[in-house]
Design a binder for this molecule. Structure first.
Ligand SMILES: Nc1ncnc2c1ncn2[C@@H]1O[C@H](COP(=O)(O)OP(=O)(O)O)[C@@H](O)[C@H]1O
Ligand SMILES: [Mg+2]
Length: 359
């Protein structure tokens, strides 16, 4: 049972809102502008210390307030004992996170509260820039291997250094060799974790997609960001003059991507808008299923306006799978009836009607 009690203060139009969520399915319904997405945004803040809608804190924090806070009672490890978790952000951008009486950092928080968001932007995974797909990939890699964050940070640091040397325009051979060795070492380790993750995700995705999208099979694969047939050392050497002219490193894990193909063609070019949404749903569900298998605990799904994204048939299938992931879900919709009938265990449902930021 993850979040057992939630209190939101000064997040958008939610001045002071408390709720006791169900451990399984929570449906938050109300008119447009009532504050439904803001509840999801607040839970996202609780898990990641930031919004999924904006980087600007003055939009997230209620007008007239200096700070916003989200408190929860959380049974993160499913041990049956809830601990208090609180996240506060102020207009100066400071972030304070307290868990079980101690200050914790953002990485510990992200491990504690694994959050999956599904909203209109998530549905852009297939069409959007590679950065969105890398984010998807790295969510999974982070939660499947504790080494990932150290490698990712190390790699970002070396990449930044290498790029600033390239921008400077002159690099002594001796210095370049040292940086490239470090770059390659991080790149290869990071790449291995990403590859392993996609290998593990693939069978889950295939199974779910076969149920969700009959008759269409998608080939999911991973592209590391450089030509693997040649070693990364050779690629860096060959690209060096061009990288120097451009002032950045053109090949490496910073260019990794996911490839989705239908009958050999790029899925985003072949599938209808609706089909793409179903594929994205399958990807996100597969992540939840795999997370559960690897960690023996479930993640939290925040799903914004499901009925407006999927048709009735696919909404039903999607909800059936959500139940199977054993996750705590927060789903918003305008009309509660649109989501009432899709569940095999209606007893686990809890409805929250929100009006002008109040329940
Ligand atoms: N910083 C803010 N301070 C106060 N109210 C805000 C702020 N930002 C947005 N709002 C208001 O919060 C309300 C809730 O928005 P939202 O959660 O997106 O609604 P819903 O998802 O129910 O359609 C909107 O009416 C919006 O005008
Ligand atoms: Mg909304």
């Amino acid at each position: 049972m993850p979040i057992t009690q939630l209190n939101i203060r000064a997040v958008r139009n939610l001045s002071d809102l408390s709720l006791a969520p169900s451990p399984s399915i929570n449906i938050i319904h109300g008119a447009n502008g009532s504050g439904k997405s803001s509840v999801l945004e607040a839970i996202h803040l609780l898990g990641l210390c930031r919004s999924f809608r904006t980087n600007k804190l003055n939009h997230l924090i209620q007008t007239g307030s200096q700070r916003c806070t989200v408190f929860a009672q959380l049974d993160a490890m499913g041990s049956g004992v809830s601990q208090p978790l609180g996240v506060e952000r102020n207009l100066e951008s400071d972030c304070r996170i307290r868990y079980a009486g101690n200050n914790i950092d953002i990485t510990t928080l992200a491990e504690l509260l694994p959050i999956q968001v599904i909203n209109s932007e998530t549905f852009m995974i297939l069409e959007g820039s590679p950065a969105i797909r890398r984010q998807f990939l790295d969510w999974g890699s982070f939660h499947s291997n504790p080494e990932f964050i150290r490698l990712w940070r190390g790699f970002r640091r070396v990449l930044k250094q290498r790029n600033s040397l390239l921008k400077y325009g002159k690099i002594e051979q001796r210095i370049r060799v040292v940086w490239d060795q470090e770059f390659i070492s991080y790149a290869e380790q990071l790449n291995t974790l990403r590859e392993l993750y996609i290998e593990a995700l693939k069978p889950e995705f295939d199974l779910i997609l076969a149920d969700l999208l009959e008759g269409i099979s998608i080939d999911l694969s991973f592209s590391p960001g450089w030509d693997k047939k040649r070693g990364l050392d050779q690629v860096l050497d060959e690209n060096f003059e061009r990288d120097l002219r451009q002032g950045y490193t053109s090949a490496g894990p910073q260019r990794a991507d996911l490839r989705l193909k239908v009958d050999g063609h790029t899925a985003s070019e072949r599938l209808s808008r609706g089909q793409k949404k179903v594929v994205v749903s399958a990807l996100k569900l597969a992540q939840g299923v795999l997370f559960y298998k690897l960690n023996s605990r479930a993640c939290i799904y925040l799903i914004d306006d499901l009925p407006s994204e999927l048709d009735q048939h696919h909404s039903r299938l999607f909800c059936n799978y959500l139940e199977k992931t054993a996750s705590q879900c927060f789903i918003t919709c305008v009309d509660k009836d649109a989501l009432t009938e899709y569940w095999s265990e209606p007893a686990g449902l809890r409805f929250f009607n929100i009006q002008d930021g109040c329940l």
